[in-house]
Design a protein around this ligand. Structure first.
Ligand code: KG4
Ligand code: ZN
Length: 347
């Protein structure tokens, strides 16, 4: 079955074609980074308009790349939530309309399920069961995954998501949008041990996270540094990199401690990282070392499939359509959508 997948939940427009027999045929992405950069963050109305502008040309492009025609599409999948409602509605309307025009079924896809199953697109995919660390701009959660749609949430962030904390801290340090990768780059110039930040909620049992205090800790450290340096440019430049490094180390350490705890609690040896923050090299390195020590294995998608993309949506849509899921002709999108409400697919 060939499924066209559409991702439009936030600031990337992604379109892909997945074939249940041949795998991923093609995928294309348009990033809105430049559009939102001057505002320092995503402007929802501009995001929706831009999705509308790019969806049809991207669909043409992906068909051309895959070398197939519109009439060969056998199903359409689109991200129905969670995300920005206007942005979601753009993809949902285009996806539903295309499916209706072609006379094929349309399938709603949960954005986080897309992230969670993105490592399945790789050559050496993880086997169920596994523990998944989902770290994106909107979510931070640990789940015990026993199959498609079988997600036991072990813990999640009580306040900011890890990516959100990266983005807000970057903004406080005067870095541009999108903050996460820019802060990570700056952290490479930071000196080890210049500052020691707390590892929130690691001193008590449980698998929940809290990153908002860490952000405040970074802000206070940065303000103290600004006051102390009395305008000495060099000191301030190095200090900013030191703060970035201390912040990144604290987030990475905290995530690693909780992942180890989750693996031990579930007696599971396989860890999967997914979502935008999963692109962070230090996080990957530290988790790889931790998992190796535990005698297990770490899996993650290629970097371009850590952040938002259409491939993960086409893949999940294809799985669900093949399992016989279908819905009456309606256009639904949900800004909030708990992942444990998803129906399981029995193998
Ligand atoms: O999964 P994603 O593309 O979108 C959401 O579903 O939220 O994740 C985006 C998040 C942003 O917060 C971004 O700053 C963060 O992932 N991110 C990173 C890195 N690359 C992206 N955070 C830390 N280090 C990175 N290298
Ligand atoms: Zn995402």
């Amino acid at each position: 079955m060939i499924v066209l997948g559409i991702e439009s939940s936030c600031d990337e427009t992604g379109v892909a074609l997945f074939d249940s027999e041949k795998g991923l045929l093609a995928h294309v992405l348009h990033s809105q980074v430049e559009l939102h950069a001057e505002y320092g963050g995503v402007v929802p109305e501009l995001a929706s308009r831009d999705h509308i502008r790019y969806l049809v040309p991207l669909m043409e492009q992906v068909l051309q790349q895959a070398g197939i025609t519109r009439s060969e599409i056998e199903g359409v999948a689109y991200t129905a939530g969670p995300g920005l409602i206007g942005a979601l509605m753009s993809g949902a309307c285009v996806g539903r309309s295309l499916a209706w025009a072609l006379g094929v079924p349309a399938q709603e896809v949960h954005h986080m399920e897309g992230h969670l199953l993105a490592p399945m697109l790789e050559e050496n995919p993880p086997q169920f069961p596994f523990v998944a660390l989902l770290v994106s701009g909107g979510h931070t959660l640990l789940a015990y995954v026993t199959g498609v749609g079988q997600y036991e949430i072990l813990g999640q962030s009580l306040d900011d998501a890890a990516g959100e904390a990266f983005d807000k801290t970057a903004k406080m340090l005067g870095l541009s949008y999108p903050g996460g990768p820019i802060l990570a780059k700056l952290a490479e110039q930071g000196r080890a041990g210049a500052y020691k930040f707390p590892r929130p909620m690691t001193d008590r049992p449980g698998l929940d996270f809290s990153f908002s205090g860490l952000k405040t800790f970074a802000l206070n450290t940065w303000h103290d540094l600004q006051a102390e340096s009395e305008g000495q440019c060099e000191k301030l430049t190095q200090g900013r990199a030191d703060v970035a490094r201390a912040f990144e180390e604290a987030v990475v350490d905290t995530l690693s401690i909780k992942c180890r705890r989750a693996l031990r609690q579930t007696h599971c040896k396989t860890l999967v990282i997914a979502g935008g923050v999963g692109a962070n090299q230090h996080l990957r390195q530290q988790l790889a070392a931790m998992v190796k020590k535990e005698g297990g294995e770490l899996y993650y998608p290629r970097t371009e499939f850590c952040t938002d993309n259409g491939a993960m949506i086409a893949y999940v849509g294809c799985l669900r359509l093949m399992a016989g899921e279908s819905k009456a002709l309606s256009i639904d999108a949900r800004a909030r959508w708990p992942m444990d409400e998803l129906p399981a697919i029995r193998a």
